[in-house]
Design a protein around this ligand. Structure first.
Ligand code: AMP
Length: 313
């Protein structure tokens, strides 16, 4: 099987989410890291999904994945109930509380890569058990980019395994509180520096509505979030940010020079801004590349300035 340098492989969760925000409640909406990531990344590049769902997973979600061009050959459909997650957001939506995590079929999940998946050019190890992340990583054949996400649960309960994965990834996406938990550093800059010492050449610290801070091989890059007035549901923002970023990088041949990485991060921010405007994956469904590009450009317009003007008038 030949290599597929422009393909992205995601291993993560497929879920039915019950989410309450100040804008309302949605019961059993399509969610999970692989769903958000996949539906975002497929705007740019072919995406293969490895995940698990139960017998109760609605057929309409499977056809939605297919309609959007996702390769779901690695989505295992097994007896039992689909993974369910329930969360509630604070009034300003900066904080969320997990009300329920029902692992169901996710508990016995063992990723298996169908033929050809191991040759994907980019790999996104979404938030799952680091032991499984390592297994998938080991079965890949020289991917150009390996990116990783995790959560506080794994940082606390499987730290050693997580550190082993970290040694072998290029790009690590983490939110600010997790970065502090992983390093014990309160200062987010020090935390990102500390994480770089653990392996990844690029560390992206996601800071919700305050944007993202990246420590790359060349130094720091600070990116604002695209400002959204009608915020409805922040669920999946991080995964779709990763989807926009990795999709963009795959589409551009896996180039991770500073300029391309920065543009990729801007695509991630733009895609995430659409996701938070709707519940579940709603913001990704009719989203065009042109609409994303318009927000990428606006982000640039909003944050550029010319320091050479100082003292010239
Ligand atoms: P994000 O808002 O980007 O952090 O991603 C939220 C998604 O993560 C939701 O759709 C959940 O279904 C999923 N999720 C929540 N908890 C877990 C978990 N323990 N393992 C895997 N996925 C999870």
């Amino acid at each position: 099987m030949s290599r597929s340098p422009h393909s992205v492989l995601v291993v993560g969760s497929v879920a039915l989410d019950t989410v309450t925000t100040p804008a309302g409640t949605v019961d059993d909406g399509l969610g999970g890291s692989a769903s958000f990531f996949g539906l975002a990344a497929v705007k740019y590049a072919p995406v293969r999904m490895v995940a698990v769902a139960g017998a109760d997973f609605p057929e309409e979600h499977l056809s939605l994945f297919r309609r959007h061009g996702l390769d779901i050959g690695g989505l295992q459909l097994v007896e039992g109930r689909t993974f369910r997650w329930a969360g509630v957001y604070s009034q300003d939506m900066n904080e969320r509380e997990t009300l329920r995590t029902e692992l169901n079929v996710f508990e016995g999940f063992h990723p298996e890569l169908p033929d050809g998946y191991a040759q994907s050019g980019c790999l996104f190890l979404a938030n799952i058990d680091p032991t499984l992340q390592l297994e998938v990583l080991e079965s890949m054949q020289a991917p150009k980019i390996v990116a990783l996400d995790t959560m506080n649960y794994w940082i606390s309960s499987k730290r050693d395994e997580l550190l082993k994965v970290l040694e072998r990834v290029d790009l690590f996406l983490i939110n600010d509180s997790e970065a502090r938990l992983l390093t014990g550093q309160e200062n987010v800059l020090r935390a990102a520096e500390g994480i770089r010492m653990m392996g990844p050449s690029t560390v992206v610290v996601k800071r919700g509505e305050y944007g993202a801070l990246a420590r790359t091989e060349n130094g720091w890059f600070s990116l604002p979030a695209y400002p959204v007035e009608g915020l409805k549901d922040p669920t999946g923002a991080g995964d779709s940010f990763a989807g926009g970023l990795l999709g963009y990088l795959a589409h551009t041949g896996g180039r991770v020079d500073e300029a391309n990485l920065r543009l990729g991060l801007a695509h991630g921010a733009a895609v995430a801004s659409f996701v938070v405007e709707e519940f579940s994956v709603g913001g990704l469904l009719d989203l065009s590349r042109a609409a994303i590009q318009e927000r990428v450009r606006t982000l640039w317009e909003m944050s550029r300035f010319d320091p050479t003007l100082e003292g010239t008038r």
